[in-house]
Design a protein around this ligand. Structure first.
Ligand code: ZN
Length: 215
C-alpha cells in the first residue's frame, strides 16, 4: 500500500496536471484511480463519448444508500497570456498563500475529498462517503449531469452533496440561474395615411426591451 498523502501533497499532485478545459484530464483521473486502488478503494468512470475526458466516482464505508458525496471538477481555466510569477502548475507558497492554477477552484477541495475518502475507508465509517470528480465545469457545467447519471446504476444513492466551489467559506445552499424567452412582438399593419391607427412592432418591442433591462 502506498503511503497516505496529506491534503497538501494531494493538491500539489492534482495541480501538476495541466487540466485546462480544452485539454484532456485523463492522466489526472488515472492517477487518482491508482491512488485510491492502492488504498483498496475501487473507482468508476464516466467516459466522454468523443473527447479525451473522464469523470471519476468512488464509494467508501458501508455499501448502502445515504452517502455524503464530496464533488469537485478537475478542469481549470487557461493560463494563456496571464502574468504568472511562477509555473502555474507547480504549487508554491508565498506570504502564507498557495499559488497554483486550481488551488482555490477547485483542486484544493478535490484533494480534501480524496484525502477524506481514504481516511473514511481506513477508519471504517458508519455512514458511506463518496467522491465525484467531473470535467468541463469551467465551460458551462456540462460534465456533471452525465456523470450523475452514470453514478446511479453503479453506486448506492447519496443523500447529500457538498460541492467545494470557492465561496469565501460560506455555505451556499442555492444558486442564481438564468432564464431565456423567445418573444414575438406582433404589430398592426395599416396604410401610411392612417399611421395613427396602426401599431409598430419595433416600437412596442423597444419598450419591452427597455422594461426587461430595468427589471
Ligand atoms: Zn470551480
Amino acid at each position: 500500500m502506498t503511503a497516505r498523502m496529506t491534503p497538501f501533497e494531494l493538491m500539489q499532485k492534482l495541480v501538476s496536471f495541466p487540466t485546462v478545459s480544452r485539454d484532456t484530464n485523463i492522466p489526472l483521473i488515472d492517477w487518482v484511480a491508482e491512488y485510491l486502488e492502492s488504498h483498496g478503494i475501487a473507482s468508476h468512470r464516466y467516459i466522454h463519448p468523443d473527447q479525451p475526458k473522464h469523470a471519476l466516482f468512488a464509494h467508501a464505508g458501508p455499501w448502502e444508500e445515504g452517502a455524503v458525496v464530496l464533488s469537485g471538477h478537475t478542469d481549470v481555466v487557461p493560463v494563456d497570456g496571464q502574468p504568472w510569477d511562477s509555473d502555474p502548475f507547480t504549487v508554491v507558497e508565498r506570504d502564507g498563500r498557495y499559488y497554483g492554477r486550481g488551488c482555490c477552484d477547485m483542486k484544493g477541495f478535490d484533494a480534501l475529498a480524496i484525502w477524506a475518502l481514504v481516511e473514511a475507508h481506513h477508519a471504517g465509517v458508519q455512514r458511506p462517503l463518496q467522491i465525484a470528480l467531473s470535467f468541463d465545469e469551467e465551460i458551462g457545467c456540462t460534465g456533471a449531469p452525465p456523470m450523475i447519471e452514470a453514478m446511479q446504476p453503479v453506486l448506492p444513492k447519496g443523500a447529500l452533496v457538498i460541492v467545494g466551489e470557492p465561496s469565501t467559506m460560506q455555505a451556499v445552499t442555492g444558486h442564481k440561474g438564468g432564464t431565456g424567452f423567445n418573444t414575438h412582438v406582433v404589430g398592426f399593419e395599416v396604410h401610411s395615411s392612417l399611421l395613427h391607427t396602426g401599431v409598430n412592432a419595433i416600437m412596442a418591442g423597444a419598450k419591452l426591451i427597455e422594461w426587461a433591462n430595468e427589471v
